[in-house]
Ligand binder design. Structure first.
Ligand code: NI
Length: 298
């Protein structure tokens, strides 16, 4: 009985400590609460916790969490910055500087059946592409355009009505592309930063009137002509190189049939798939309004 009494009388205001002979010691109060221990040690442990938080933040920012970040995270160099800064919630991508780059581009969409199937495949294979959308199609399928951006792809303009721009006056070119921009802006909240002129037909009037960088291609799959998946695959195989831009159309079922095989082949050859703007940044090319870009060779 004597035991119980004096222990409680020795309690300090904090309940756990008492100075004895100039040295902090625990007093055995019989049932020492875990909280006392925690308070005592927290002043040291918080450095450990802060360290873990810093490591976590570094990891997130260097992209270690990405599944496709590569086998050796040390090899990753931050050569590409997300060109779609206006769109919230998109991860900033980091590229493995040792890999070859290729940009798959799809024109003339969106188109309900084929574009949606293509997006499914790109998502499954974790591949990012660029869509040069037609204004009149974007008007019809705004949700597909939104999905393209939401899933990490880049959306550029392919004009409003797919006219041969060289047959138009500067005013008519501006009027058509303004219509396309208005449509894209109403869907995404921003104007397309790059344009692919229909058929790649360009003259000085076109260059002067468009007001954004012009993107053509280096690999023409001629998918519109062959409408044959094997032929499309063969064209890519034949002509692809590090820094090339591949022209395809997301309105042909045969192109969508081909894309899985094309991606698998290119992955085997150590290609990384980037959007056009990402590739320009990776190759340190500052895209200029009115200039024509067909690829970004190293
Ligand atoms: Ni076209």
């Amino acid at each position: 009985m004597g035991n119980k009494v004096k222990q409680s009388t020795k309690k300090t205001p904090k309940g756990a400590l008492e100075k004895t002979s100039g040295k902090a010691d625990y007093i055995d109060v019989g049932e020492r609460h875990w909280w006392y221990w925690w308070k005592e040690n927290w002043r040291w442990m918080k450095f450990g916790v802060m360290g873990l938080v810093i490591i976590w933040l570094l990891g997130v920012n260097l992209g270690w969490w990405r599944e496709d970040a590569g086998v050796n995270p040390r090899k990753i160099s931050a050569v590409a910055i997300d060109p779609r800064v206006e769109v919230p919630n998109l991860p900033q991508r980091f590229l493995d500087g040792s890999k070859k780059l290729v940009s798959l581009t799809f024109d003339d969409g969106p188109n309900e059946g084929t574009t949606l199937r293509l997006l499914d495949i790109l998502k499954e294979k974790n591949v990012y592409a660029t869509f040069f959308v037609l204004g009149i199609q974007a008007e019809k399928y705004p949700d597909i355009v939104k999905r393209e951006v939401r899933e990490g792809h880049e959306v550029g303009s392919h004009t409003m009505r797919h006219k041969v721009l060289t047959t138009l006056s500067a005013e008519a070119i501006k009027s058509d592309t303004n219509d396309a921009n208005r449509t894209i802006k109403s869907i995404l909240g921003y104007n397309a930063k790059i344009i692919r002129p229909p058929y790649g037909i360009i003259n000085d009037t076109v260059r002067g009137a468009l007001g954004v960088p012009l993107i053509t291609w280096t690999v023409d799959t001629e998918d519109w002509k062959s409408k044959n998946a094997d032929a499309v695959k063969a064209e890519v195989e034949k002509a692809v190189f590090d820094g090339s831009i591949v022209l395809m159309h997301d309105i042909y079922p045969s192109t969508v049939d081909a894309i899985g095989g094309i991606i698998d082949n290119l992955k085997k050859q150590d290609y990384e798939f980037v959007t056009v703007s990402e590739m320009a940044k990776a190759r340190k090319v500052k895209l200029k309004s009115g200039e024509v870009y067909g690829g970004f060779a190293r």
